[in-house]
Design a protein around this ligand. Structure first.
Ligand code: ADP
Ligand code: MG
Length: 624
């Protein structure tokens, strides 16, 4: 019956040749492509049936039915979409008019021709069928009443045939005769697995052997008001492969500047804390409910890898490769919009449910800190979300930088922080003395990463973030205190103090960069401070730990001495009477201050020296 043989357009032939003669890594995607075409056709049909009445097979249910014949090695995919006329079959399947495959060809010619991995990652639309089939039959009957139905057949080489095919229902039936190494696809189990992975959220029922496979709804596409909490929880379990409930979720959609629908979940546990190693990202990118990039590395910043969920944008072409995703401007825009929106969600949560936010912070705060040090774009928004203990907070209670700033007295210009292993250790150490005395609030940074975060931020709300172990720390002046200090007779005389600091520097040599009289100490005899404003002792400790064989020169710390402290005052005398022992004492004072700074000292020298000092102390008590 008037069978026509038609040559493929030359571009198409080139594409088919690549598809057929290459080795593929992700052949599974052929099914995604064919199902997405079927879903498109169904969507168009739904639309047409609203507008028109004259429709062939008007009452046919809109669905996709897939069956296999394991013996004959065939797959049959039937949809009740709008179908194709003869002209449409020729135009749509015989030429590459549509954008996806065209882009593919351009990409491919720009790349190494032999980079065949690209095909699997890319998807080449309808022609993907030839990745697994040696012969493809397309039987289609348009919804238009006057169509007769036609069959299009090709083995994917030079040409195809079209002939009339009476007796068809509305829609398109694809029959794939699988090639020898693709027989596995003629198994229902295989197809079900692929559909679950790529096509779970297609809006029309996909039945395999009569069983509906896509049972989960694309919840993100529905309105918030229509969704119950249980539905969110169920959906989370599905997309997050989770067994528990999420800590919080964010469901939003935007139309400008891009069409975006997103449903993001914060889990309850941080798997990286559970010793599971670095997490893979948990948010997948969809285009109109069809998976483009599972657990996408590009759609959100790396530091948001703890999130689970879905981002759907119809602006992203379905046929985009992963390589192309990486430098796609649209993807970058979506990334920015969604990240900004998520940070806003956190800020709202912190306001509306402080307890829940604290829970979030304790579990996932580390990721925000990672963001603060690595993501310039969102740095300011992240800074507002940081939480710390401080000298003004109750133990275990957290404050924000905003709260700190709100409490600052007018005379205070900067924000102060100090690192230590615990609240107790910090409060017992020398760095807090001046703050306590002047009643200034100081933030406790209890994690090693914190000082890096503050160092990267530099300032907050126009106020410098300063570590209390800086040499140039200039606390707001306390007038009364100054007067008191001037009146005080307890400090060493200026000249004696100057000569003492000079002698200490000579004694300690390279171990210190400078020795100075301290303005900040109250109860401690000495303190180590950092002349380098960028590096704190805690940062130095971390960097040394990562580099145990040295390579990093000892930064050169400053030693400040408290000339009002009895031990230091006595040292000035001892220096004259017994210089050797005075040297031993100042070395020990230096080591003690280093330990309080959390820095390493050589334990052998320290212990040996300590015994010498003890012997000296005990001796006069036993001499008769
Ligand atoms: P794309 O889907 O990106 O347009 P494809 O190569 O997947 O590219 O499909 C080419 C064209 O063939 C589609 O645009 C559509 O017009 C037509 N087509 C493919 N499959 C079907 C189908 N099942 N029903 C109706 N039309 C189809
Ligand atoms: Mg397609």
């Amino acid at each position: 019956m008037n069978k026509e043989t038609i040559e493929f357009q030359s571009e198409t032939r080139k594409l088919l040749d690549i598809v057929i003669h290459s080795l593929y890594t992700e052949r599974d995607v052929f099914l995604r492509e064919l199902i997405s075409n079927a879903a498109d056709a169904l969507e168009k049909m739904r639309h047409e049936s609203i507008l028109k009445n004259d429709i062939f097979d008007k009452d046919a249910p809109l669905d996709i039915n897939i069956s296999v014949d394991e013996k004959a090695h065939t797959i049959t995919i039937v949809d009740t979409g709008l179908g194709m006329t003869k002209d449409e079959l020729i135009a749509n399947l015989g030429t590459i008019a549509h954008s996806g495959s065209k882009t593919f060809l351009t990409e491919l010619s720009e790349q190494d021709q032999k980079d065949t991995n690209l095909i699997g990652q890319f998807g080449v639309g309808f022609y993907a069928a030839f990745m697994v089939a040696k012969l493809v039959r397309v039987q289609s009957r348009s919804y238009q009443l006057d169509d007769k139905g036609h069959e299009w057949v090709s083995d994917g080489t030079g040409s195809y045939t079209v002939e009339e095919c009476p007796g068809l229902h509305r829609g398109t039936k694809l029959i794939l005769e699988l090639n020898d190494d693709s027989y596995d696809y003629a198994k229902e189990e295989t197809l079900k697995r692929i559909i679950k992975q790529y096509s779970s959220f297609v809006s029309f029922p996909i039945n395999v052997g009569g069983e509906k496979i896509n049972t989960v709804q694309a919840l993100w596409a529905k309105g918030k008001q229509e969704i119950k909490d249980e539905e969110y929880n169920e959906f989370y379990k599905f997309v997050g492969a989770a067994y528990d409930e999420p800590l919080s979720h964010l469901h939003f959609s935007a139309d400008v500047p891009l069409s975006i629908k997103a449903l993001l979940f914060i889990p309850q546990t941080n798997m990286e804390n559970m010793g599971m190693g670095r997490m893979d990202p948990g948010v997948s990118l969809y285009c109109q409910k069809i998976l483009i990039d599972q657990h996408s590395k590009t759609i959100l910043p790396e530091w948001l890898r703890f999130l689970k969920g879905v981002i759907d944008s119809e602006d992203i072409p379905l046929n985009i490769s992963r390589q192309a995703l990486q430098d796609n401007a649209l993807v970058a825009k979506i990334n920015k919009v969604v990240t900004t929106r998520f940070l806003k969600h956190l800020a709202e949560l912190a306001k509306s449910d402080a307890e829940k936010y604290t829970e979030f912070w304790k579990t996932f705060g580390i990721f925000l800190k990672e963001g603060a040090t690595s993501d310039f774009t969102h740095r300011d928004a992240i800074a507002k979300l940081l939480r710390f203990e401080s000298s003004a907070s109750e133990p275990g209670k957290l404050i924000s930088l905003t709260e700190y700033v709100e409490r600052m007295p007018e005379s205070q210009k900067d924000i102060y922080y100090i690192n230590g292993p615990s609240r107790e250790a910090i409060e017992a150490g020398p760095y807090l003395e001046a703050f306590k005395k002047q009643n200034l609030e100081i933030i406790y940074t209890l994690e090693p990463i914190d000082d890096f975060v503050f160092s990267h931020l530099g300032e907050y709300d126009g106020k410098k973030l300063l570590s209390a172990d800086r040499a140039d720390l200039d606390l707001p002046e306390d007038k009364e205190d100054k007067k008191e200090a001037e009146d005080s007779t307890e400090k060493l005389d200026k000249n004696i103090a100057a000569s003492l600091t000079k002698w200490i520097k000579e004694t300690l040599g390279d171990k210190v960069k400078e020795v100075a009289e301290s303005k900040r100490l109250v109860d401690s005899p000495a303190i180590i401070v950092n002349p380098d404003g960028f590096m704190t002792s805690s940062m130095e400790r971390v960097m040394r730990a990562g580099n145990p064989d040295g390579g990093l020169p000892m930064g050169g710390k400053n030693l400040e001495i408290n000339t009002g402290h009895q031990l230091i005052r006595d040292l000035a005398d001892l220096r004259v009477k017994n210089e050797d022992f005075a040297k031993t004492v100042i070395e020990q004072i230096h080591d003690n201050a280093m330990i309080q700074a959390g820095l390493m000292v050589d334990p052998r020298t320290m212990v040996e020296r300590n015994y010498r000092i003890l012997a000296q102390a005990v001796k006069p008590l036993t001499d008769k």
